[in-house]
Design a protein around this ligand. Structure first.
Ligand code: 0PR
Length: 365
């Protein structure tokens, strides 16, 4: 550290210069994050110093966390779901598997997950000492439910399905997984970190949530399609009491027990998440999602006109292509199978899609 502090103006010109080194979202087509909605940014600023790790000091902010859980629980067709605001999909997935592991005491626990699952499950299995059993995908990159049964045994503590896969934007056959989970008496965790804020707002959403009796828990991230500030995730459970198995004593806090993974937790991004849901409502979210899906379809159509076929028709706003050319100045990503991947987040407007297609056309010309 400096012996003597630096003048504020110098400090901020230094910080601004660093910030200018960041890429603007304008040309980023690879991200599942997006600039926060203006009401999210405004709410965030009001709650900067709030800490949900000691909720008795911030009862107003804690009530907003409860409201977030109730709103997302209702969206998932279970207003009384248990839950808390996590730092994102990774923490939600770790905590869901912790609960599942606690619920079934076996010597060599394993989890059965699709090959498409997010790498947060690799971290979760490492931390929790779980064997990760990876189920292959079908031709459309969905978990092959025919194969699932063969991977489950008496040591299986959880089955996982994904709603809106990170790389191909497809939804696993959750209804079938829920049947298998009930039949084999296994905890079913649904990773809807991305798709949880998309699928419910589609014209004809496939059921994937607590309406299916076999679904035990759901990850859903406001800091992705919920346009909140970072970090804002949420883990929901069918039974609120399930969190008790994670409790540790916190004798000197305003609460005596805590089930969260993090101790100090931001209230600002939780207020931001609530702000977006309240401001937009179902109608507003439907409009945002309809726009993203429309842009996804237009992008696919445009790319196919250039001779770059889609890898799969996605269920959410993630488009993938057989295409090895990249127009300069754009950020796209490449899946593990070598497909070009573009996430049509709210900042990827129709204009952005058209500009991208013009640039793609130019490299071909
Ligand atoms: N589950 C799914 C289905 C996800 O897609 C992700 C993240 C997670 C869990 C983990 O969520 P957190 O990152 O919130 O812990 N998916 C994105 C990805 O890995 C995250 C991301 C977002 C990466 C923006 C890059 C980026 O620029 O691609």
């Amino acid at each position: 550290m400096r012996e003597v502090g630096c003048p504020e103006e110098d400090l901020f010109s230094f910080l601004s210069s660093k910030r200018r080194e960041d890429l603007g979202y304008r040309n980023i087509l690879s991200s599942m994050c997006t600039p926060p909605h203006p009401v999210a940014a405004r709410a965030h600023a009001i709650f900067l110093e709030t800490n949900l790790g000691d909720p008795g000091l911030f009862p107003g902010t804690a009530a907003l966390e409860d409201l977030l859980v109730r709103r997302l629980g209702t969206l998932m067709h279970h207003a009384d779901a248990g839950g808390y605001a996590t730092s994102g999909g990774t923490e939600s997935n770790i905590q869901a598997l912790r609960i599942a592991k606690r619920q079934k005491s076996v010597k060599s626990p394993n989890v059965v997950i699709p090959a498409s699952s997010h790498f947060s499950f690799t971290k979760a299995c490492d931390i929790l000492g779980l064997e990760m059993r990876t189920v292959p995908l079908d031709a459309e990159f969905r978990m092959d439910t025919e194969a699932v049964d063969g991977f489950i045994d008496n040591n299986t503590v959880a089955l996982v399905g994904v709603v809106g896969t990170t790389e191909y934007g497809v939804v696993d056959p959750i209804a079938r997984l829920a049947e298998i989970a009930l039949d084999r008496d296994v905890f079913l965790h649904v990773d809807a970190a991305f798709g949880g804020m998309v699928v419910p707002f589609l014209d004809s959403p496939v059921p994937f949530d607590f309406r299916l009796p076999g679904v035990s828990s759901i990850s859903i991230d406001p800091h992705k399609m919920g346009m909140s500030t970072i970090p804002a995730g949420c883990l929901l459970t069918r039974n609120p009491d399930w969190f008790a198995c994670l409790n540790v004593d916190t004798p000197y806090l305003t609460v005596k027990r805590e089930c969260t993974l993090a101790g100090t937790r931001p209230g600002a991004s939780v207020a931001a998440a609530v702000a977006v849901l309240e401001y937009l409502g179902m109608d507003g979210m439907r409009a945002v999602v309809a726009g993203c899906m429309e842009n996804t379809r237009r992008l696919i159509e445009g790319m196919e006109t250039f001779g770059y076929p889609r890898a799969v028709t996605p269920d959410v706003n993630v488009a993938t292509f057989s295409c090895d050319r990249m127009p300069p100045g754009w950020r796209v990503s490449t899946t593990r199978n070598g497909h070009m991947r573009i996430v049509c987040m709210p900042h990827v407007t129709r204009d952005v899609v058209e500009r991208f297609l013009v640039d793609m056309g130019d490299i071909d010309a």
